[in-house]
Design a protein around this ligand. Structure first.
Ligand SMILES: NC(=O)c1ccc[n+]([C@@H]2O[C@H](COP(=O)([O-])OP(=O)(O)OC[C@H]3O[C@@H](n4cnc5c(N)ncnc54)[C@H](OP(=O)(O)O)[C@@H]3O)[C@@H](O)[C@H]2O)c1
Length: 281
């Protein structure tokens, strides 16, 4: 792992061991689509899976970054296909779905990972309705559109959908994060509802509720620089483990305390927090 964990990070994020033999058996000859493969968690996942006999379909906007990634992984086992797509553009997503439908071997796994976060106080958002449209566009409508288009293919292969969610959706909402949290929560609810139906059609689903992960997504938030965060490589290990050990959900072991606190302390949280927030106009 490239990021060295502090003592606290080692406690919060205990190591994960990937069973290479089981991963090999479970993933052999499978077609796996990863959205948001150009950076962060999606890139780490691509690098990990590249060592296996799989067909990786990489989706993101930055075509040049995807091309470099493919070039770097040329000596690896995986077949890699690039589909540069802006997932917020309906026509581009429809084209992507059509291209995947035309693949000879169908689709086995969809890793829905592409996302965008925005942190902004509401007073600074008054003229920025587009922030809410943008986050809903990529974090909610894009994965919904993709799932709808690809479900028939996944059904044919008894496939799997993995949603990269955030722990925040299970906790008390934090101020300044309305756009991001609302959009991630919307998709989480959609996905959990649909997951029950998908299971009836033989599609397995997993939601990963991630804590902070040290990627470019959190880089602009100064306060996060010293806060414990997982490495994207560690998250990639958790994701690929779901291929041979499917589970409905994953969340950090300590999230139980956060969820319990969210249940017990909504009153004090909402009563006292406004006093600590600066009037930031
Ligand atoms: N980092 C964290 O602390 C954290 C915590 C919890 C959950 N998550 C979730 O983890 C996922 C991955 O985030 P990350 O931390 O790896 O962030 P990242 O490094 O910023 O990567 C985001 C990925 O999404 C792609 N993407 C963004 N907008 C897109 C669009 N319109 N069309 C297609 N692709 C798009 C980006 O590619 P292009 O820019 O090339 O399009 C990039 O590959 C997100 O869903 C995020 O909500 C992250």
């Amino acid at each position: 792992m490239s990021q060295k964990y502090s003592f606290l990070e080692q406690l919060l994020f205990p190591p994960t061991k990937v069973n290479k033999k089981k991963l090999h058996q479970a993933s052999q000859q499978k077609t796996i689509l990863i959205t948001g493969a150009s950076y962060g968690i999606g890139e780490a996942c691509t690098r990990l899976l590249a060592a296996y006999d799989v067909h990786l379909i990489l989706v993101a906007r930055t075509a040049s970054k995807l091309a470099v990634l493919k070039e770097n992984l040329e000596d690896q086992k995986a077949q890699i296909s690039l589909y540069p797509t802006d997932l917020t553009q309906a026509e581009e997503v429809e084209q992507l779905i059509q291209n995947i439908k035309n693949l000879p071997n169908g689709l086995d796994v969809l890793i829905s990972n592409a996302g965008h976060s925005i942190k902004r106080p509401i007073q600074k958002s008054l003229e920025r309705f587009h922030d809410f449209e943008r986050t809903m566009g990529i974090n909610y409508f894009a994965p919904v559109r993709l799932c709808l288009g690809l479900m028939p293919l996944l059904e044919k292969r008894n496939g799997q959908m993995i949603n990269i969610s955030a722990i925040n959706v299970l906790l008390l909402p934090a101020p300044h994060w309305a756009a991001y949290q609302a959009s991630k929560t919307a998709f989480d609810q959609w996905f959990r509802s649909v997951a029950i139906e998908m299971e009836a059609y033989g599609i397995q689903s997993t939601s990963l509720y991630l804590p902070l992960v040290r990627t470019r997504m959190i880089a602009p938030t100064k306060a996060y620089q010293k806060v414990p965060a997982m490495s994207p490589e560690h998250v990639a290990q958790l994701i690929v483990k779901c291929l041979y050990r499917p589970k409905r959900k994953w969340m950090p072991w300590w999230s139980i305390f956060g969820r319990l606190g969210s249940f017990l302390f909504r009153g004090p949280w909402e009563a006292f927090l406004p006093r600590f927030l600066k009037k930031d106009r």
